[in-house]
Design a binder for this molecule. Structure first.
Ligand code: ZN
Ligand code: ZN
Length: 359
């Protein structure tokens, strides 16, 4: 990946804001700008970039070897024993310059800590906006992550049978995700059957789907640092007429929404297509979330595909389209594909069919 180009783009951004540099703490943003590996939720590294384009990645002993072996777009600075990356930054940065910081990423406590020493200005999502538009290399990696998903589900389905619990279904999937080459899970696998299917984030339980139950399966692989995301709703035994109708409605909403995805069309407009169809079929009030979200280094990132986003999609956006219907006390249905927005259209990265499937 061309990390140097990304750092240069960040430098033009900070110059445009009249800043002398930027401090980057977010592990996902550091990964995007340098390729440095990261553990989710761990804030142990710090990237400092000045307006001349010099980039220093400050790491402790703990990470030094791995980062040196992977990163070549920034100078790697190792802290002394027990010295914090922030302590080292104080030695590098002189004359209290105006520095951008990730206002959407760092905690209030951390901001307070650094605010006394540097003149801080919010970056207002500068790096996150760069990440919205994926380049060809990123798209290739996400496509591979999605193909791992497709193949894992195909294989896991062969082992699914009546009498299995949601946890066992999740275990089958996760086994094949690993076997097919994922590095880690993009997020906690969701398996929610029967009345539990109305929990859009339902974690797998010991519940065993009974005859005719829908089973919502939402899962993602992480590969090359990037996530995939897909949902299929399977049936354990033939569904009743209501569930079948709901399934076909959600499927139609998804297909029509996907047809409408293109650059220049807003997330709000695509959402309205799916919502309009579900409204017409009497299921609108059971579609309780937005239609989709951006996917990349993080499982949920910009752009939002929902009523709140009136900005047009642009080529390179990678988004999900995932309408659902959740009927309290009865069942849940969701179908989710991962797409890349292109000039004049889109490409669906999900190959797994969406025909109603009975186990
Ligand atoms: Zn999902
Ligand atoms: Zn999703």
């Amino acid at each position: 990946m061309d990390h140097r180009r990304r750092i240069n783009e960040l430098v033009s951004g900070i110059e445009g804001m009249g800043l002398d540099g930027a401090i980057i703490f977010g592990p996902e943003n550091i990964h995007y700008l340098t390729g440095a590996p990261f553990v989710r939720g761990s804030y142990g590294k710090l990237l400092f970039v000045n307006k001349d384009g010099e980039a220093s990645l400050i790491v402790s002993d703990l990470d030094y070897q791995e980062v040196s072996d992977t990163v070549n777009s920034a100078e790697i600075v190792k802290t002394d024993f027990m010295e914090k990356p922030l302590d080292r930054l104080r030695k590098i940065v002189k004359d209290s310059p105006r520095l951008g910081f990730e206002d959407g990423v760092i905690s209030a406590a951390l901001k307070e800590k650094i605010a006394g020493e540097f003149k801080l200005e919010p970056l207002r999502g500068l790096v996150e906006r760069m990440r919205e538009r994926k380049d060809a290399e990123e798209i290739a990696v996400i496509e591979k992550a999605q193909s791992i998903n497709d193949r894992a589900l195909e294989k896991a389905i062969n082992n699914m049978k009546e009498g299995m619990s949601e946890l066992e279904i999740a275990a089958e999937l996760e086994y094949y995700l690993r076997k097919e080459g994922e590095e880690s899970f993009a997020f906690e696998t969701i398996v929610a059957s029967g009345p539990r299917g109305v929990y859009p984030h339902g974690m797998p339980s010991t519940r065993k789907p009974s005859k005719g139950d829908s089973v919502v399966i939402d899962f993602g692989a992480k590969y090359g640092g990037y996530c995939s995301d897909m949902t299929r709703t399977l049936f354990f035994g033939n569904p009743d007429a209501d569930a079948r109708r709901a399934y076909e409605a959600v499927r139609e909403a998804q297909e029509k929404a996907i047809e409408n995805v293109s650059d220049g069309v807003s997330g709000k407009e695509v959402d309205a297509v799916a919502r309009g169809i579900l409204d017409r079929l009497g299921l609108g009030k059971y579609f309780v979330h937005g239609l989709g979200h951006g996917v990349g280094i993080e499982i949920h990132e910009a752009p939002v595909v929902g009523p709140s986003n009136e900005n047009p999609l642009v080529p390179g956006n990678v988004i999900t389209i995932e309408p659902g219907a959740y009927i309290p006390g009865r069942f849940g249905i969701r179908i989710e594909d991962l797409l890349v927005v292109e000039k004049g259209g889109k490409r669906d990265l999900t190959k797994f069919p969406r025909d109603l499937l009975v186990i």
